[in-house]
Design a protein around this ligand. Structure first.
Ligand SMILES: [Fe+2]
Ligand SMILES: [Fe+2]
Length: 166
């Protein structure tokens, strides 16, 4: 009984993150266009390509479960992305924009890290070895992206934003 409900919850969360990834796929090009930093633009473009692969991995997990790949509206990611759009609008043309874009992007990555960490653990409990590997591969990309964004922020973007405010 216990494993049946975990199985359902896993499927539910999988649909949630599938919806989120496809939404992120559409948000990243907008963020790449909005930034004034070539490094940040490159980081967003690189992660967009990775995200395409992540969507495919999720499709493979659905397939392993014998289910159709189908998303389910996730209000959490809708809110995070909406907030990011607000930042783009409010700080358009401002030197602080890039710092705001990084903050929004990191909120997305942290959401993803939380979801993939859970999904990977549940896949392990459910004995879905192949799914564990697929989810782990994506989790590693999300973590690396988060770290790359931190170093971009710390190496230049935050200081530029602060300098131009002085
Ligand atoms: Fe992702
Ligand atoms: Fe991501």
């Amino acid at each position: 009984m216990k494993s049946v409900s975990l199985d359902q919850m896993f499927h539910d969360q999988l649909r949630d993150v599938y919806y989120a990834e496809r939404k992120i796929l559409r948000a990243l090009p907008k963020m790449a266009r909005a930034t004034q930093s070539p490094e940040l633009k490159a980081a967003f473009e690189k992660h967009r390509t990775e995200t395409e692969g992540q969507v495919e991995r999720l499709q493979q997990v659905f397939e392993l479960m014998g289910k159709r790949a189908q998303g389910k509206t996730c209000p959490a990611i809708d809110g995070i992305i909406e907030e990011g759009e607000e930042v783009m609008e409010t700080y358009k043309g401002s030197p602080a924009l890039d710092a705001g874009l990084i903050a929004s992007a990191q909120a997305v990555e942290h959401y993803e890290i939380a979801r993939y960490g859970t999904l990977r653990s549940w896949a392990g409990v459910l004995g879905m070895t192949e799914a564990v590997e697929l989810l782990q591969a994506t989790l590693a990309e999300e973590t690396a992206t988060d770290e790359a964004l931190t170093s971009l922020a710390e190496s230049s973007v935050n200081e530029e934003a602060a300098r131009s405010a002085a």
